[in-house]
Structures are given as C-alpha cells and as structure tokens.
Design a binder for this molecule. Structure first.
Ligand SMILES: Nc1nc2c(c(=O)[nH]1)N[C@H]1C(S)=C(S)[C@@H](COP(=O)(O)OP(=O)(O)OC[C@H]3O[C@@H](n4cnc5c(=O)[nH]c(N)nc54)[C@H](O)[C@@H]3O)O[C@H]1N2
Ligand SMILES: Nc1nc2c(c(=O)[nH]1)N[C@H]1C(S)=C(S)[C@@H](COP(=O)(O)OP(=O)(O)OC[C@H]3O[C@@H](n4cnc5c(=O)[nH]c(N)nc54)[C@H](O)[C@@H]3O)O[C@H]1N2
Ligand code: SF4
Ligand SMILES: [Mo]
Length: 717
C-alpha cells in the first residue's frame, strides 16, 4: 500500500481547517486526515467532525449512486445523467404549465462550502427566469446584510480581533461553532486565537444568556435574558452618548442621524435596562465604558441576536456602536485583509453609496413573495415563506424544488408545514452525499461529490480572514460511483432545457463544460491574486504582498453612515413600549439556540465518534428547574410553544439561568416519530411559527428566546 500525503482543507464548516490527507494511491482512497500544523491560519487545529471525514466519505451512509423513487415508495438506483435528463424534462413541463416561478431551489449550509455552487445556481435561476431561489441565508443571519445596507458600508473596512484592545462578542460561540464574523473572534483555530489575544492584553466582553466556552474566557460576561439584545444595546449606546465616550469628530464628518439615535435611546436608562435584561446596571455601564475606551476593537455577533426578536434593529445598533466609537480604518491605514479573491477596487475612507453596493447587498426590491409583504433580498426569496409558496394554490405556486446540500425537513421553521410542503410537490429532488430526512421524501436523490472529490477554494471565508489567506485544493482522489458536482448538475439541466448560465465573466459553456477552475474564474473574473497562482501553491497561504491601504474619499462620491435610517427610531419606540418579560404563564421558559461540537446541524449524527458523544439534542436546563419539574437528567420532558410540541431529554447545566432551555436544532425526524427522541433527538424547528413573531423585512422567524412551557413526561426510560 502506497500512502501519499496531500494537502487539502475540511469543508464541513466554514473554519476550513487545513489538513494533511493520507491517500492510499493504489486504492485511490482517502485513509486518514490530520490538521496541517504548518498552516498559517488553522495551525493544525481540527475538530471531531473533520477528523471523521473519511467516514463521511466511505461510511455506510454515503450515497454513491443517484436514486429514483418507485411507485411503491422505495428507491432504485438510476444513472445520474439519466436522472438529470428526466428531471430537466419534468422541469420544462412544470414551467410550461405553471410558469418559471414554479421551479425553486433551496441551497443548504453545505452548498456554501462548494466554492462555485451558489453563483451558478443564482445564474441558472436567472436563465430559466425564476425568482424562486432560496437558501439558508434567510433563516440564518440575514439581519447582518440588512444592517450593512441600511447603516452603510465603510469602504476602508473595520477593526479586526487580532489588533483589538477590546472585543465585544454577542451571541456567538466560535470555540464550538467555528463561525467567524468580521471583527469577531476567529472561528478557525479559535482557542489559540482567543488565548493569544488575551495574552497580549485584549479585553473580552460577551453578551450571551449562556456561560459559553467563549463567555468563560471573557473579562465581562453579561448574562442577558434571552431576546433582550435591543434593550441592552440601546442601554449601552445611551451610556456612551451621555458620558461623551464616543468619537465625535468621526461622527461629525461621516454620519447622519446621531441626534435622532440619541433621542431614541434616551428612555433606556440603566435601571430600566437592568430590569428587562437582567444584566446588573453597573455591569452594563462597565461594559459600555470598557468598549468605548478601545481605542481599537469591534462589536460582532453570531446567530444569537439574529434569531431573536427585532434582529434587524439589533444588527443596526451593533453597526452603530462600531461607528459611534469610530472603529473603521482611516486613510493610509493598512487593510489587514483586502480579500485575496476580491476585485482590486479602491477602498476609500467613506461610506459606499447604496447604489454602488453589489446586488447581494440589496433588499426591498425585486420580486415580491406572495406572503406577508416580503420581497426578494440578496437576490433570494425568504425561506420562511417556502412552505407556503409550495402549498398555497395560485399564480406563482412552487411545484418543483431542488434541494442542494440542505435538509429542510428538519432545518426550516414550522417543521410540520415544511414537511407537508415537501410531500405536496410535483417534483422534489435532493442533491446530497447521504440519504437525509428530506431526501427520503424526494422523487430523485442525486448523489453528490464529496468535498475530497472536488476542487475548491476558500471562497466563502475570503473577506472574513484576518490576514490575506487563501487555500486552493484539488480533488484528493478520482471520484468513485456515479456522483456529480453541483455546478455540473446545473450545467446539465441548462443544456437539456436550452437555458443559459450567465456568470460575471461571461456565459458558462453548458454544451462543453470547462474545468472547475474556469468556472471559478467566470465567477470572479478579477481577483487580487490570480487563481492559477493559488492553485500552484500546495496548501493554504498568506499573500502578505497584498499591502492595500485605505484610499482618501473618492472625488464626487457622496455617502454617509446612517444612525437613524427609516424605521429605526420607530422600532426602538416599539421595543420600549413592550411589557418586560415576567416569565409567567402560560410560557414559563425561553428556549434558546446553541450548537453542539460533535455535529453540524443535521450532519454527523451517524458518525461513530460523534454518536459516542451523544445521540440526542438534550434540553439543557438549570438544576433548580429540573427539581421544580420533578425531573432528573435523562427524563423526558414535553416542551410546548404556541406553535407545537416536542419531546426532549432533560439535562442539567449551570451555564444558564432558571427559566431558560438551551437546545440544538436540526435533530430528530419528520413529525410523529418522537418515540425515538433518545436515539434521534427532536427538531426545535417544529416549535417555531413563520406567520407570527417574524421580522417584517426579512421574514426571519424567531428561533431563539422562544416562549415555551415544559413539563415532565411520565414514561418509562
Ligand atoms: N430552530 C432552529 N432552526 C434552525 C437553526 C436554529 O438555530 N434553530 N439554525 C438555522 C441555520 S443557521 C441553518 S444554516 C440551517 C441549516 O439548514 P440546512 O443547511 O438545511 O441543514 P444541514 O443539516 O446543514 O444540511 C446540510 C446538508 O448537506 C449535506 N452535505 C454535506 N456535505 C455535502 C456535499 O459536499 N455536497 C452535498 N450536495 N451535500 C452535502 C448534508 O448531508 C446535509 O444533508 O438551520 C436553520 N434552522
Ligand atoms: N459544531 C457545530 N458548529 C457549527 C454548527 C453546528 O451545528 N455545530 N452550525 C453552523 C452554523 S449553520 C452556523 S450559522 C454557525 C453559528 O455560529 P454561532 O452563532 O457561534 O452559534 P452558537 O454556538 O449557537 O452561538 C450562538 C449563541 O447565541 C446565544 N444566544 C441564544 N439566544 C440569544 C439571545 O437572545 N441573545 C444573545 N445575545 N445570545 C443568544 C446562545 O446561547 C449561543 O451561545 O455555527 C456553524 N458551526
Ligand atoms: S472546525 Fe471541524 S468541521 Fe469545521 S472545518 Fe475545522 S475540522 Fe472541519
Ligand atoms: Mo447557519
């Protein structure tokens, strides 16, 4: 057996940890992986999920051949090319009968880690004339993009964690989630990054209802009552404004609306904020002063505040906090990471006018949803409306759904309706590496390439790294079985349907598909470092030669950052008028979102080492709550929201306060299989309504701070 070690990176999550991959060249198979200690960013770090990549690739659950549903409901293998021809013909027929809008795509989390899938899918949709392009973006953190558009984008970029004197992290636990957001603690090699920062004296403030792995490392942990981020941030802004701790010169030169914001937060006095958020007033004031003192540092956030109430307001307040304290790079400063794959455009020290932002940074225009007055944003439809768009008859009804690298049956809010919708489709296709809960309900399941069978580049993270880093990987082995890369699948459909895929650099030749590298170049025709150079480097690399400085403001380009764009003062008044959460009946508890280290959403539940860590998503509660309920760890509890009910396995934790339940999502199966909760977990998405309690701009459902009540279930263990 000849083993060759090749460099690549893990694509289970966006940490993109660099790996040394041992390949058995005789068998053409990946054997083992380990962290690449020489990598400048991940430094050898990996997690339990990534170390099981060979199992994901070759384990019994791997799908090697596409499947077609038989009349009796079972699946039989079908050549992928034949399946795609049949699917293309059926899509053509559906478009003829119902119009192009009837054809929808839902791209899941794993699609973001294929470096060309999403742009190709977007262009394919434009080619067939269907706006029905959905992804997890709109059930994740869409509020961040809305805030960037509404508040404004600073051309010179913001401060990074690596150079921060103080960092404020809100509802983000990168130590477990590995999620990196601009200015926040890096999700790649997170333990070391945070330790290094603390060693050089950086102060860390965390706002989280749970004493997370990150919060434990913080100088100040503000243990907020779930869902009260808008109140707390308004309070912090008020302290900074009333104590004159802000960058008045920067604000005078580059912003509008400061006095409106000042008036809008005036009623959020420390005692009021403390009563609502359950963060002691002194602690809130200390956090405000510490953050404002800087002088460098950034306020960043993860999913916590985005899944709660008023997500767009909260993100606006976070953006405003950074601007208020002047945490933007100034003329002549070096931009730590200008983006290796970004176009070499000027980076001026000013706000970029809205009309010059790329289409992905847009909302409120484009086709309207048929529901709740929502519209396309980021050239996508809101995923919280997908089930209704499928189920509700009338013009524009979705009749065919292509699910790419996602698992809507467990991930999308209002699970019962989503599952009903999947079953109602005329044509349901899933593209996946394994048979998922969604795939089991599909007409066709297309066997996808595993990441180790694909060329890819660290596209999604390009702007988020703290240094100009990129990693181009080629496929580790020749693909086995009869699988397909997503972009080739859409090229195949376009060829058969006679439609086009127009990418920024020109049309994709669907009759003679080029190499994946060529597709990357069509998507990004201008990059600071040419793709060929990235390809020719073995492993990840920091392109330190990219010495990009912040340019002076551009002649004739006028735009300012906005503290009080439309709706902000009004929404703050709405928050102020809300009755404080007294935690009374009927909903005694608040269920909050969290991640578990051994799985990624619905991925990895069957990996052996992950299963050994746990095969359910425990309902974590404070010991006092368990005692009150007469429950001991391991007992079953019934968790009821105003939408639905799930069964959970109770577990004790001292990381949260009484009255809070912390529970991971994407577990369990389709409705009515709760008996298996100890083996398969249960889907919190079932508790979440989409037609009430949603954000009016994005349609985002409330997936944290969910009001629930809980009681013991008297069943034998
Ligand atoms: N209640 C509640 N609901 C939530 C959340 C929450 O916090 N609370 N979080 C939300 C968030 S942030 C997200 S992102 C969504 C996740 O929603 P989804 O993305 O729909 O769910 P995942 O489980 O991540 O699905 C990823 C799928 O990709 C497949 N896959 C893995 N690798 C590959 C590959 O290389 N190619 C292909 N084709 N497929 C692959 C996996 O087998 C899996 O089926 O859930 C959302 N739902
Ligand atoms: N191991 C692992 N890694 C993952 C995933 C996974 O499932 N497992 N999922 C991936 C996905 S799809 C995503 S989007 C990212 C998410 O990445 P993160 O956003 O870092 O995810 P979490 O670790 O859930 O951190 C969210 C935090 O918000 C807190 N929180 C909950 N409610 C509130 C609230 O009302 N206010 C505040 N301030 N905080 C609140 C929770 O207690 C939690 O600590 O992780 C990705 N990485
Ligand atoms: S943190 Fe784990 S899952 Fe994410 S890229 Fe690294 S090894 Fe893979
Ligand atoms: Mo996500």
């Amino acid at each position: 057996m000849t083993i060759e070690t090749r460099k690549s990176y893990c694509r289970i999550c966006t940490a993109y940890c660099a790996l040394d991959v041992d390949v058995d060249v005789d068998a053409g198979r990946v054997r083992t992986v380990r962290g690449d200690a020489t990598d400048a960013v991940s430094g050898g770090y990996t997690c339990i999920k990534g170390r099981q990549l060979p199992y994901q690739m070759y384990g019994p659950a791997r799908l090697w051949q596409s499947q077609r549903r038989q009349p009796d409901g079972s699946f039989a293998p079908i050549p992928t090319a034949q399946a795609l021809d049949e699917i293309a013909d059926r899509l053509g027929d559906i478009i003829m009968r119902h119009g192009a809008r009837a054809v929808a795509t839902y791209s899941g989390n794993a699609a973001f880690n294929n470096s060309v899938a999403l742009p190709v899918i977007r262009a394919w949709h434009q080619g067939i004339g269907s706006p029905s392009n959905y992804s997890t973006l709109t059930i994740d953190q869409p509020a961040k993009i809305i805030a960037a558009v509404r508040h404004g984008v600073w051309g010179g970029g913001g401060h990074t964690f690596a150079e921060a004197d103080v960092a404020l992290s809100i509802g983000n636990n990168p130590i477990v989630s590995s999620l990196t957001l601009p200015g926040g603690p890096p999700g790649t090699n997170p333990v070391k990054s945070v330790a290094d920062a603390k060693r050089r004296g950086m102060r860390l403030i965390c706002i989280d209802p749970r004493r997370t792995e990150l919060a434990r490392r913080a100088d100040l942990h503000l243990q907020i009552h779930p869902g009260e981020d808008a109140t707390l941030l308004a309070g912090i802004l008020r302290v900074i404004l009333t104590e004159d701790l802000y960058d008045a010169a920067f604000c005078a030169e580059h912003t509008d609306g400061l006095e409106v914001l000042r008036a809008a937060v005036a009623d959020f006095a420390p005692d009021y904020v403390a009563a609502r958020t359950r963060v002691p007033a002194e602690q809130m004031c200390a956090a405000a002063r510490l953050f404002a003192a800087g002088p460098r540092g950034y306020a960043s956030s993860g999913t916590g505040p985005d899944m709660g109430p008023h997500p767009c307001l909260v993100q606006h307040l976070i953006a405003s906090l950074n601007t208020l304290c002047g945490r933007h790079n100034r003329v002549g400063e070096r931009i730590p990471n200008p983006g290796v794959l970004s176009a070499p455009l000027p980076r001026p020290a000013q706000a970029i006018p809205r009309e010059l932002l790329p289409p992905i940074l847009s909302y409120g225009r484009g086709p309207a949803s048929r529901f709740r007055g929502l519209r396309q944003m980021f050239e996508e439809m809101p995923t919280t409306t997908l089930a209704e768009e499928i189920l509700e008859p009338g013009e524009g009804q979705v009749r065919a759904l292509l699910t790419v690298a996602g698992n809507p049956a467990v991930a999308v809010p209002d699970q019962r309706r989503m599952v009903r919708a999947l079953d109602d489709l005329e044509l349901s296709v899933c593209v996946d590496v394994t048979m998922t809960e969604s795939a089991r309900r599909a007409d066709y399941v297309i066997a996808a390439r595993h990441s180790f069978e694909r060329d890819d580049v660290t596209e999604f993270m390009d702007m988020f790294y703290e240094v100009p880093y990129a990693h181009y990987t080629e496929a580790m082995v020749e693909p086995e079985g009869d699988t397909i890369d997503e972009w080739e699948l859409f090229a195949h459909l376009a060829r058969r349907m006679g439609t086009s895929i127009e990418l920024p650099g020109g049309p994709l030749d669907v009759a003679h598909p080029p190499s994946k590298l060529d597709v990357m170049k069509l998507i990004r025709p201008m990059t600071r470092i040419p793709f060929e150079r990235l390809r020719d480097v073995d492993g990840g690399c920091v392109y330190d030669e990219l010495d990009v400085r912040v340019d002076p403001p551009l002649e004739g380009m006028e735009a300012r950052l906005q503290f009080a764009p439309d709706g902000i003062a009004e929404e703050l008044a709405t928050v102020r008028a809300e009755a404080p959460d007294a935690g009374g009946d009927p909903f005694t508890h608040r269920l909050i979102c969290r991640r578990l280290g051994h799985v990624l959403n619905s991925v990895g539940h069957e990996f052996p080492q992950s299963r050994a860590k746990g095969h359910t998503n425990p309902a974590y509660m404070h010991a006092d709550d368990l005692a009150d309920l007469g429950v001991t760890p391991g007992d079953l509890v019934e968790i009821v929201s105003d939408q639905d009910t799930v069964i959970g396995v109770a577990e004790a934790t001292d990381e949260i306060r009484p009255g809070v339940i912390s529970m991971a999502h994407c577990w369990g199966s389709a409705p009515d299989t709760e008996v298996d909760v100890r083996e398969t977990g249960s889907p919190t998405s079932r508790l979440v309504p989409t037609d009430r309690d949603y954000d009016p701009i994005t349609g985002m459902a409330r997936m944290t701070a969910i009001p629930v009540r809980v009681r013991r279930l008297a069943v034998p263990r």
